[in-house]
Design a protein around this ligand. Structure first.
Ligand SMILES: [Zn+2]
Length: 192
């Protein structure tokens, strides 16, 4: 839908449910993926701050949805500034979906956390996570850096949270890209 990750997630989910449903032998098991979905939504998030030693003064409360923001138009996360090499930890329990090197995010890690929310950690100096491996809240997944389009800027963690399911109540008529606010959640909400 809104990102490659959330689009893929929905594709897998929907094809999975329909594949089971359309096979008469397995139709009675359709509740299993739906139950897993439900459990995911119930899991508590209990988020912690993802940069070791950082405090609320290390990011700008107004940086979420800041506009104009270069190619991205609006800034769909927060930037947590800290010395290069500082540990970046997973803010929730979760599953490493992928690690990537290149593009705007530079070295980045994507983690699927509770409530089917995807946590994106970008501009890392070093990646310390392995794809498809579960991580605990607080586990080191990388270090703060300036990779990708943060090159030449003060080192920081770009932290963004996306949901494949729209939070319709967050639709913002006034803002640029306001409809995307249904899919991009403001990490600041849970970090103070
Ligand atoms: Zn950023």
């Amino acid at each position: 839908m809104i990102t490659n990750t959330t689009r893929r997630f929905l594709t897998i989910l929907i094809t999975g449910i329909f594949t089971i449903w359309f096979d008469r032998r397995y139709r009675k098991y359709t509740f299993i993926p739906l139950l897993i979905l439900l459990i995911g939504f119930i899991l508590p998030q209990n988020m912690i701050q993802p940069v070791k030693g950082a405090s609320t003064s290390d990011w700008d409360i107004n940086s979420f949805w800041a506009y104009p923001w270069g190619n991205s138009v609006t800034h769909k996360g927060i930037d947590i500034f800290q010395i290069k090499g500082t540990d970046v930890v997973s803010s929730t329990h979760g599953w490493v979906v992928y690690t990537y090197e290149g593009g705007k995010g530079g070295k980045s890690v994507m983690i699927l956390g509770p409530k089917w929310r995807f946590h994106y950690y970008a501009h890392l100096d070093e990646i310390k996570a392995t794809p498809f491996v579960p991580v605990k809240r607080g586990a080191v997944i990388g270090t703060v850096g300036d990779t990708g389009n943060a090159k030449g800027k003060p080192p920081h963690l770009h932290y963004a949270i996306t949901s494949p399911f729209p939070y319709v109540n967050r639709y913002d008529k006034e803002a640029i890209h306001g409809w995307k606010k249904m899919f991009y959640l403001n990490p600041d909400t849970w970090l103070r």
